[in-house]
Design a protein around this ligand. Structure first.
Ligand code: MN3
Length: 244
C-alpha cells in the first residue's frame, strides 16, 4: 500500500464497486492474492490430430494461454480484493471495476484464461467425442431443428466473426443459442457484451488465427467444421445439465 491519497482513493473505489456489484461473493481461497495457475491439458498435444495439429496445440497452450495467465496475475498484483475471487465470480462482475485500465486487463487476460481453460475441456480425442445426452439432443433439435443445423449456425458464427474472437453455443433461459464474441470476451461478461450474448457456455471455438493458421492457413471454415470431430459431448452435456 502507498500513502499517496489519490492512489488510495482509487483503490477504495475499485474495491467498493466490486463489492456493490457482486455482494456476498464467496472467496476463492483463504489466502489473499492467490495467483491463477494453468491446469494440465487433459490429453497429449498430438491427441487431437489431424483436426488440430500438435504444434498448434503446443504453442497455443504453452505460449498463448500461459501468456494470458501471466498477464492476469501481473494485473492483479496488489489487487487482493479482486484476486481472491475465481474467474467464474469475477467475470460476471467485471463491469463494476471502475479502474478502466484494470478492467481491460482483466477482461482481456482473465477472459483469455477462462476461455482457453474452457476450450481445452470442450475438446477431446476423436475416438472419445461421443454424442450429446438425450436431454441436450432434444434441446438442440428444439432450437435448431437438427444437429447438422446447429453445426451450420455455429460455423456461420465462427466465419462471420471479423478478426479475432470466439463462437459459442450457450444455454440462455432454458434455450440454446449460437453467439460469438470479439477478442477474449465471453458470455459471462455482464455489462460488457450484449445481453443477447450472455448465458451459460456449452461449447466454445477459438477463431483467433493462432488457433488454426499453421494447419489451415486462411481456411477458418475447414477448421470450424473439423471441430465437430473432437467435441467432448460428455462435457457439453454435463454443462447443459448444470445450467438447468
Ligand atoms: Mn487462443
Amino acid at each position: 500500500m502507498t500513502s499517496d491519497s489519490t492512489f488510495s482513493r482509487r483503490q477504495f473505489a475499485v474495491t467498493g464497486a466490486l463489492a456493490a456489484g457482486a455482494a456476498l461473493l464467496p472467496t476463492r481461497s483463504a489466502k489473499a492474492a492467490a495467483s491463477y495457475e494453468q491446469a494440465a491439458l487433459p490429453y497429449a498435444f498430438d491427441a487431437l490430430a489431424p483436426h488440430i495439429d500438435a504444434q498448434t496445440m503446443e504453442i497455443h497452450y504453452g505460449k498463448h494461454h500461459a501468456g494470458y495467465i501471466k498477464n492476469l496475475n501481473a494485473a492483479l498484483e496488489g489487487q487482493a480484493d479482486l484476486a481472491k475471487h475465481s474467474l467464474d465470480e469475477l467475470l460476471p462482475a467485471i463491469a463494476s471495476v471502475e479502474d478502466k485500465a484494470l478492467q481491460t486487463a482483466v477482461r482481456n487476460n482473465g477472459g483469455g484464461h477462462w476461455n482457453h481453460a474452457f476450450f481445452w475441456e470442450t475438446l477431446t480425442p476423436a475416438d472419445k467425442s461421443g454424442k450429446p445426452s438425450d436431454e441436450l439432443a432434444k434441446a438442440i433439435d428444439a432450437a435448431f431443428g437438427s444437429l447438422d443445423a446447429l453445426k451450420t449456425a455455429f460455423g456461420g458464427a465462427a466465419g462471420k466473426r471479423f478478426g479475432s474472437g470466439w463462437a459459442w453455443l450457450i444455454a440462455k433461459d432454458g434455450k440454446l443459442v449460437v453467439t460469438s464474441t470479439p477478442n477474449q470476451d465471453n458470455p459471462l461478461m455482464k455489462g460488457l457484451v450484449d445481453d443477447a450474448e450472455l448465458g451459460t457456455p456449452l461449447l466454445g471455438l477459438d477463431v483467433w488465427e493462432h488457433a488454426y493458421y499453421l494447419h489451415y492457413q486462411n481456411r477458418r471454415g475447414d477448421y470450424a467444421s473439423a471441430f465437430w470431430n473432437i467435441v467432448n459431448w460428455d462435457k457439453a452435456s454435463a454443462r447443459f445439465a448444470d445450467a438447468k
